[in-house]
Design a protein. Structure first.
Length: 418
């Protein structure tokens, strides 16, 4: 990774329970944007300073540290108001980047599909809109004179800039609607196959993509079908959908969705609502969590908040505690209720996970034996589209042992063998 700039990160705890972890996360976010954190500045305040975010003494400390390390950029661990950014930059002659803008920059780098690129561009413009401010040039603030006849003739540069951005947002939203229409058609086609759908969700860098690739390997899928895996926050933003096919078992679809993070900007959650549509329509969610992380409860809470924000409630879910091999008490994959403790790098773990998926997805399926006369070719053709576990030929016809859904069993009921 090529480091483009050295930076300082700074934050105010203001009664945050997870302040230390959010600062650690900010270091990783900076690294994802090719920035190297040289030092950190922390302050405990009961209330944020409305003018500078920090107390004025801390502002001067940041200025002196930046001079000492020859640094021009400071990243702040919260979303700053437009006036706070202006006041900080005026007081220190430094550039300030808040957590939201940093996340937007990382997302912009990771967006590869047309949909993701449009979503990030819209979120960036929505973030910029309230942050446009006058340049200080008096010509930018011209006003019309001469009564009603000239009303509007002196529109300020500030208003023009805001109007231009709104027009850009509207154009991008229109383009995004066209892209979504195509994706909706593809989604409807997948749903028309009646294959159950599973969506991997959870905190960024918890191991969703590694888990998906492991399941694809169990299904003997080619390396070309595997998704990008990288030890980096938001390594990919694009939802990947694959089919899992195992011998003598029903097929299902699995999707790897964008990861979550604490303080994820609201605009980004809204922008990526369509990307997370696979999670909304899924029959089963698998929430992948880093079992070795001290912040495990916060990760679970952040994911739940994000799912609630996009309208996902009461969806069947498996809690998949990945990286359990990094904990002290891990011996083998273990299932406890709707939870599994496993390692996405371990074949036995992946087999245990996929069995748990089948147990949830196909809990109404059962084994059924039927005898089909040789002459009923249409019924034989239908059965060969089902899950055949075994078959044998007799004088009366073909005996099939099938793994069937309740609807399939009903259709074959009169051919069932005791």
């Amino acid at each position: 990774m090529q480091i483009t700039q050295n930076v300082i990160i700074a934050g105010v705890s203001h009664l945050q329970e997870n302040f230390d972890y959010s600062m650690e996360e900010l270091v990783h976010l900076a690294a994802a944007d090719n920035l190297k954190v040289v030092t950190q500045v922390r302050q405990h305040l009961d209330h944020i300073n409305n003018q500078f975010y920090f107390g004025q003494g801390k502002v001067q400390e940041i200025k002196h540290l930046a001079q000492y390390y020859n640094i021009q950029l400071v990243i702040v661990n919260d979303e700053l108001s437009p006036s706070q950014v202006r006041n900080l930059e005026k007081a220190t002659q430094l550039q300030f980047l808040d957590r939201t803008e940093l996340i937007l920059q990382v997302f912009a780098q990771r967006a590869h599909s047309r949909q993701a690129q449009l979503q990030v561009a819209i979120a960036q413009l929505q973030y910029q809109l309230p942050r446009i401010h006058p340049s200080g040039n008096p010509l930018d603030q011209q006003r019309g004179h001469g009564g009603l006849a000239n009303r509007g003739a002196g529109e300020s540069q500030l208003e023009l800039n805001r109007r231009t951005i709104r027009q850009q947002i509207n154009k991008l939203q229109q383009d995004l609607r066209h892209v979504r229409q195509t994706l909706d058609i593809q989604s409807n086609r997948r749903q028309s196959t009646h294959l159950p759908q599973v969506a991997l969700v959870g905190y960024t860098n918890a191991g969703k993509s590694t888990t998906m690739n492991g399941l694809l390997s169990l299904a003997n899928e080619s390396v070309a079908k595997q998704v990008l895996v990288k030890d980096q926050l938001f390594a990919t933003l694009d939802t990947s959908i694959r089919k899992i096919s195992l011998p003598q078992m029903p097929d299902f679809l699995i999707s790897d969705t964008v990861g979550f993070i604490s303080k994820l900007p609201h605009n980004l959650i809204e922008a990526f609502r369509s990307t997370l549509a696979e999670a909304q329509t899924a029959d089963l969610l698998i929430q992948v969590v880093d079992a070795s992380s001290p912040q495990l409860p916060q990760m679970l809470d952040t994911t739940q908040q994000a799912l609630t924000a996009i309208g996902i409630h009461n969806k069947p879910m498996i809690y998949a505690y990945n990286k359990a091999d990094r904990t002290n008490n891990f011996v083998k994959p273990e299932i406890i209720g709707n939870s599994i403790y496993y390692s996405a790098l371990q074949t036995s773990s992946l087999k245990t996970l996929i069995n748990l998926i089948y147990k949830h997805l196909f809990k109404q399926y059962h084994v059924m034996k039927v005898l089909i006369p040789f002459a009923d070719k249409k019924l034989h053709h239908y059965i060969h589209q089902l899950i055949i576990q075994r078959q044998e030929y007799t004088f009366a016809g073909t005996i099939y042992q099938l793994f069937v859904s309740p609807q399939q069993a009903l259709k074959l009921q009169k051919y069932q063998l005791n």
